[in-house]
Write a protein that binds this ligand. Structure first.
Ligand code: ADP
Ligand code: GLC
Length: 470
């Protein structure tokens, strides 16, 4: 089967979070089992894109409403990602350094989706599936089925994967004219709650809907930023497929970003060396347990709780623990996390910003990784932590619930029920006890590293789902 993934992110070309990791890995694994996975993203001005070689495969004009624009489709020449990566280059709209966060994001992603479909519709053959990811590509299922100019591909099945229903991409009906011509009576398929809602539209129009963990699918029925009733209505065509991880990128035995590589046999020494290097850089004490957080500093990740959690844990444990944070997001959280450096120098540090290398060093050098998420559709950090022998401390929610089993239940992680300072500090206390029980701690590390979360399983789950649609 030929599967076209259309997305806003794809690692390593453009990454903000886990969406990039998924779209950068799933097609590679689909190719490994004999299918053809391809990826289409906007041509941003990122380092990877600037430094890679592309060839122009298509060159044309398109429009959203009366806004006409020239665009080019570029193909990465060397297949270095293990799949064909195509970029949609629209001068002035896509060619910017960031993926999101501009006042005209609606126009950028509408133009991207239209250009991508204009290109696909004139291919000599039809792909077997168009697989859309999140709201940035959420207008595609509607447009494929209903826009007159896409009639030749109207029978190509579309699949939507919801990575995060918190973001829906709503815009006003006054922009309806952006959408290429369709029978106006079908316009209701675009809307939800008095606005055009790309995520809602995709849920209505895609042939199948998936979410990135089974628990998140269930949770969305009662907690999905206003889309609950729609999701309940479309439950029949929905499935929860747990994400995998790219075992080639995330392997402590070969990871080029680490200070020292290690495997199941050498984990103790390997982690120690990585921890020492990390602690040297961040002025921490490698003889004490190292607690970390990596991620977007936003409410859904429970990031607003972090300053109080660290304050209370560091007060309580005095000189017996270290904390290191890597993340960026809400200004006030960044500010408070920075302030803590003055209070707890030598046992606390924070890197405010995005740094792929430091994240790998942290998964390898840390003892514990905190994820006190309020919402976590899947979560990849805990899966990377497991593979690197770092014990996850997670709230029982979404994909965290599906992937982390508490040591009290015979598992390998530390789980808590509430996103609250009390629950997390209690879990940190349990973690300190575990750390001090050297034998148990070593055993937990080995158990975690043996767990296989590679994409092999999930890639097959997706293929089975597409096959139903043939
Ligand atoms: P989400 O996509 O909701 O942000 P995930 O757990 O699915 O959460 O994926 C987050 C991804 O982004 C992981 O690969 C994680 O290592 C990475 N990441 C998040 N914040 C940072 C950061 N500040 N620096 C480097 N990598 C980060
Ligand atoms: C989203 C979710 C995260 C998930 C990722 C990849 O960003 O917030 O939980 O792991 O997508 O599917």
């Amino acid at each position: 089967m030929e599967i076209i993934h259309i997305s806003a992110e794809c690692y390593p070309a453009a990454k903000v979070g886990g969406l990039a990791d998924v779209v950068g890995a799933l097609p590679k694994y689909q190719n490994k089992v004999g299918h053809i996975g391809k990826v289409v993203i906007p041509a941003y001005d990122t380092k990877f894109i600037r430094e890679s070689e592309f060839e122009v495969v298509y060159d044309a004009w398109s429009n959203y409403g009366n806004h006409h624009f020239p665009y080019r489709i570029l193909r990465e020449k060397t297949n270095k990602l293990g799949f064909d990566l195509f970029l949609v280059h629209i001068q002035g709209l896509t060619d910017r350094p960031s993926v999101y966060g501009y006042g005209d994001d609606t126009e950028r992603f509408v133009a991207f989706q239209i250009a991508a479909l204009d290109w696909i519709v004139q291919w000599e053959h039809r792909p077997d599936v168009i697989h859309c990811h999140d709201h940035h590509t959420g207008l595609i299922p509607f447009m494929v089925s209903n826009c007159l100019k896409y009639a030749p591909i109207s029978k190509v099945p579309t699949v939507l994967t919801i990575h995060n229903a918190q973001y829906q991409g709503q815009f006003g009906w006054e922009k309806l004219y952006y959408i290429p011509a369709f029978d106006l009576w079908k316009g209701g398929l675009l809307g939800w709650d008095d606005a055009i809602n790309p995520l809602a539209s995709a849920i209505k129009c895609a042939w199948r809907v998936t979410t990135v963990s089974p628990s998140y699918l269930e949770e969305m029925m009662s907690n999905a930023r206003g889309l609950e009733s729609l999701l309940r209505q479309e439950r029949w065509k929905s499935a929860g497929i747990l994400n995998g991880i790219d075992n080639e990128v995330w392997d402590p035995a070969t990871d080029q970003m680490l200070n020292k590589n290690y495997n199941l046999k050498t984990v103790e020494k390997g982690k120690e060396a990585n921890k020492r290097a990390l602690c040297d850089v961040f002025q921490l004490d490698s003889s004490k347990p190292l607690f970390t957080f990596i991620g977007r500093l936003v409410d859904e990740k429970g990031a607003d709780l972090l300053p109080d959690i660290f304050y209370s844990a560091l007060q309580q444990h005095g000189d017996r623990i270290n904390v290191l944070v890597l993340g960026s997001g809400e200004n006030w959280v960044e500010g408070r996390l920075n302030q803590l450096k003055d209070v707890f120098g030598g046992k606390y540090n924070a890197y405010i910003g995005y740094n792929e290398q430091v994240s790998h060093e942290m998964y390898a050098g840390a003892d514990f990784l905190l994820m006190p998420s309020r919402v976590e559709p899947c979560g990849l950090n805990q899966l990377y932590a497991l593979r690197y022998g770092t014990v996850p401390i997670v709230r029982r929610v979404g994909g965290l619930r599906d992937t982390v089993v508490d040591i009290g239940d015979g598992g390998f992680g530390l789980c808590h029920d509430q996103a609250s300072v009390w629950d997390v500090t209690h879990a940190i206390n349990r973690a300190v006890d575990l750390y001090n029980d050297k034998k148990a701690f070593k055993a937990v590390r080995k158990t975690m590293m043996k767990i296989d979360h590679s994409w092999d399983r999930a890639a097959t789950n997706y293929i089975e789902l597409y096959q139903i649609l043939k």
